[in-house]
Design a protein around this ligand. Structure first.
Ligand code: FAD
Length: 317
């Protein structure tokens, strides 16, 4: 492995170059700005880059963790062993991330896993295709959204999903899962339920969208994005910390328990929306987890309801 810098090495494989970062802080790749080091990390903006990274990991016998926008993750301070692949588009040329096929009055849209979800929400609205306008303003990419069954404003990706194209890391081949295989439910899928290191990497997703009026869809998309800017924290945070219990809202329970603004170390319950935690700068995962435990315990004492995390906690303590 010829050295490129202290942290990055260039690996030559199958006539191509792969840039591998060593001991790379994952705080650089999560919206919480929290996370210990990955042993090895590769940024893959497209499928050939992903395949090269996976080939290298197999050759080196490394477990693989794939992340997208890192907006639904709390990575512990010990980081992640093996190779982390950050699978998200780099740059602005996104139109190749979307393919349209007419289907019996509707349109089947293929979206690459690397495409930003918010872009997909805006772009499909612009094209007069209804079903993804709720996604405008959401962080993250399509791959992560499929795994988490992301949703907002009454919509979710699972309800328009036809199928997903996956790379099977065990059998080393591409497979297709139907919507029934993915089994999307409230912020959960069979992909999210898989133990780590996970077997499948999302390559693309096909969604069935219906015709709509482009101008009014765009208005809704823009309004959704604006609502987010006004009601959600702007500092480093991840998505909703807890799922909503049946019949109520986690944010409401946290607020009613008097926990808005509660702070442990550099981690704080957002003053804007109590189901978000904000990193005030330099917070650790240990502080975030201590705050999560404190909120969970105090809401349980007040209401007898045990809040369940929506964000995924991964990596070594
Ligand atoms: C301010 C803010 C607001 C948010 N609001 C919402 C909201 O309203 N609704 C909502 O649902 N979510 C919300 N989120 C959470 C988050 O944006 C979504 O869940 C998003 O879809 C996650 O995508 P991501 O690319 O960031 O996934 P990541 O956090 O990177 O990953 C999520 C999971 O998917 C896996 N993964 C990612 N890409 C792949 C891939 N290609 N193949 C296999 N596995 C993969 C990861 O390993 C992980 O298990 C919010 C987040 C923030 C920061």
């Amino acid at each position: 492995m010829p050295a490129r810098s202290e942290r990055e090495v260039v690996v030559r494989l199958a006539g191509r170059e792969l840039r591998v970062r060593r001991h790379e802080p994952l705080s650089r790749y999560t919206t919480f700005r929290i996370g210990g080091p990955a042993d090895y990390l590769v940024r893959a903006g497209d499928r050939p880059a992903l395949e090269l990274a996976l080939e290298w990991a197999e050759r080196e016998g490394l477990p693989v963790t794939v992340i997208g926008g890192g907006s639904n993750l709390l990575v512990r301070d010990g980081g992640i062993r093996g190779l982390v692949v950050v699978f998200r588009a780099a740059g602005e040329a996104l139109d190749g991330s979307l393919e349209l096929v007419p289907d019996d009055g509707a349109t089947v849209v293929t979206l690459l896993a690397t495409a930003p979800l918010s872009w997909a929400g805006h772009r499909t609205s612009e094209l007069g295709l209804a079903g993804l306008e709720w996604a405008a303003g959401l962080p993250g990419v399509v791959g992560g959204a499929v795994v988490n069954n992301a949703g907002a404003h009454g919509g979710e990706i699972g309800s328009v999903l036809v199928d997903v194209e996956l790379y099977d890391l065990v059998e080393r081949r591409v497979v297709r899962w139907t919507r029934a295989d993915v089994a999307p439910r409230y912020r959960m899928t069979e992909l999210k339920a898989q133990p780590r290191p996970r077997r499948y990497v999302v390559l693309s997703a096909r969604l069935r969208l219906v015709p709509g009026d482009a101008a009014s869809l765009l208005r809704t998309a823009t309004e959704n994005a604006r609502w987010r800017r006004e009601h959600q924290p702007t500092g480093p945070c991840a998505g909703s910390v807890f799922t909503n219990p049946p019949g109520t809202y986690a944010g409401y329970l946290i607020e009613q328990a008097g926990l808005k603004g509660l702070q442990i170390g550099r981690m704080k319950v957002s003053e804007r929306h109590a189901n978000f935690f904000v990193n005030l700068g330099g917070a650790t995962a240990a502080e975030a987890l201590a705050l999560l435990d404190a909120v969970q315990r105090r809401v349980s004492e007040h209401f007898g309801i045990l809040l369940q995390p929506e964000i995924e906690v991964i990596g070594e303590p």
